[in-house]
Write a protein that binds this ligand. Structure first.
Ligand code: AMP
Ligand code: ZN
Length: 456
């Protein structure tokens, strides 16, 4: 069976065949680098890592090219720099380092290319120039905009007409735009903001142009797969298509578009205001091994919304523990079992794949299980590595949970004095405590000192 993938462009499953002679090329939109990656940001990383691994398995590792960018020019980064007084480059360098560490902990391979937007400004300027030549760009009050109504195929990815989009748009429209759907390609920078000289003055790029320019520079005018989270489908990917096909032609640019659904936490959208927002690093610091996080991610199909729950994480930990013992000291079969490969080839059906793994474990087919685990990024699942973190972290978590439940009990009895004492004790031991109506959540800092908890 060949690889089948659901193409968002056209909305159907297709048989995947690389354009160039067994050498697939994939581009995935990466993070805007101003803060630690939250758990939602990890979902596309894990999903496209599995696809990368499948492509490497099918076509040979040396034949697959995967590019994932870093957006390192953005108003959120500028705001962070203004707020902290730190240079932009310090913030973006540090965030990139964190991102790579956290994603490596989840077992994600490093893509072949990890371009930073700021290193491709000349490519973006060139592409904007080409858009002018085609009548698809115009200048207004120092801004350069894409003229959506001049691109007749606009809306091909989201399947909506421009008129419907205008009717549904609720955004405040800048007065200099010819039409409400027009989007920014270049905008002016003040002295304090990052900027580059361009034919349209000192300024910086809009967000969308970077992916059009970088994918072209690294993968060519036409490539196989373009991915990202579903939230990027509109407007980001629609606008990338308008820019790239507008310049290069309708038969160019990415052939297959793949979007992962979003991640939620305990049934709710993850958001700072709901108090259920956490980073990958928070989970790692609480002692959840990266491989457990990865396993939970793969237990939901990428095109379904996924719910992160602690119950799932506990179950995943128990499963991986059991399997790591089973495969301990066993050499992997030379090839992963066909049933596992077939599940992946069927639009990355990871829930089906995991069911197959359970069967192998039940039948004590350890050499086959190990080969299957190797294929999907659980290649270093040694019992010692897994158990050490699990045991150490588990004890740590248990200790904290004990104090937190005493704190909750005190609050329930309105014994504020005890509650305050326990909260202060946790803080002194290096645990950040957040109390809300529904639940008390906590987070371990690197300064955590277990001995300070014992007196509580
Ligand atoms: P951003 O830094 O916001 O541009 O996001 C980086 C990547 O994470 C993009 O591919 C987003 O689609 C993806 N992403 C952001 N939030 C979530 C979420 N809650 N669930 C799944 N993917 C997400
Ligand atoms: Zn992008």
């Amino acid at each position: 069976m060949s690889i089948k993938l659901y193409n968002s462009l056209g909305r159907k499953k297709i048989d995947f065949a690389p354009l160039s002679n067994g050498q697939p090329k994939m581009y995935v939109c990466g993070p805007t680098v101003y803060d630690r990656a939250h758990l939602g940001n990890a979902r596309p990383v894990v999903v496209f890592d599995v696809l990368f691994r499948l492509l490497r398995h099918e076509f040979g590792a040396e034949n697959v090219t995967y590019a994932r960018n870093f957006t390192d020019v953005d108003d959120k980064i500028n705001a962070k720099s203004a707020e902290t007084g730190r240079p932009i480059r310090d913030i973006t360098d540090e965030t990139i380092e964190w991102f790579l560490e956290d994603m490596a902990a989840l077992g994600a391979l490093t893509p072949n290319h990890m371009p930073r937007a700021t290193e491709y400004i000349p490519h973006m300027i060139e592409m904007i120039g080409m858009l002018f030549d085609k009548g698809l760009a115009y200048e207004a009050e120092g801004h350069v905009l894409f003229r959506v109504e001049a691109y007749e195929h606009y809306g091909q990815l989201s399947g909506r007409s421009v008129d419907d989009m205008i009717a549904g748009a609720r955004v405040e429209v800048a007065p200099y735009k010819e039409s409400p759907m027009d989007f920014v390609l270049w905008k002016p920078s003040s002295g304090a903001e990052p900027g580059w000289e361009s034919p349209w003055g000192f300024g910086r790029p809009g967000w969308h142009i970077e992916c059009s320019a970088m994918s072209r520079a690294l993968l060519g005018d036409t490539f196989d797969i373009h991915g990202g989270g579903l939230d990027l489908q509109f407007p980001h990917h629609e606008n990338e298509i308008a820019q790239s096909k507008g310049v290069l032609g309708e038969d160019k640019f990415a052939k297959v578009w793949i979007h992962n659904e979003m991640l939620q936490v305990e049934g709710k959208k993850m958001s700072k205001s709901l108090g259920n927002f956490f980073t990958v690093r928070d989970l790692l610091d609480q002692g959840w091994p990266g491989k457990v996080i990865r396993f939970v991610m793969l237990s939901t199909h990428y095109r379904k919304p996924m719910d992160w729950t602690e119950a799932k994480a506990r179950e995943a930990r128990a499963t991986l523990n059991k399997w790591s013992k089973g495969i301990s000291g066993v050499d992997a079969n030379p090839k992963p079992p066909a049933s596992v490969v077939e599940a992946l080839r069927d639009d990355l059906n990871t829930p089906k794949l995991i069911a197959e793994l359970h069967k192998l474990a039940r039948d004590e087919e350890w050499a086959a299980l190990r080969a299957a685990l190797d294929l999907i990024g659980f290649d270093d699942l040694s019992p010692s590595a897994l158990e050490e973190t699990v045991v150490g972290a588990f004890e740590k978590a248990g200790l904290i949970e004990t104090v937190v439940s005493k704190l909750d009990a005190a609050r329930a009895k309105k014994d504020w004095e005890t509650a305050d004492r326990l909260k202060k004790g946790l803080m002194d031991a290096g645990v950040i405590v957040k109390i809300s109506k529904e639940r008390t959540s906590w987070q371990v800092t690197p300064e955590f000192d277990a001995s300070r908890l014992e007196v509580l």
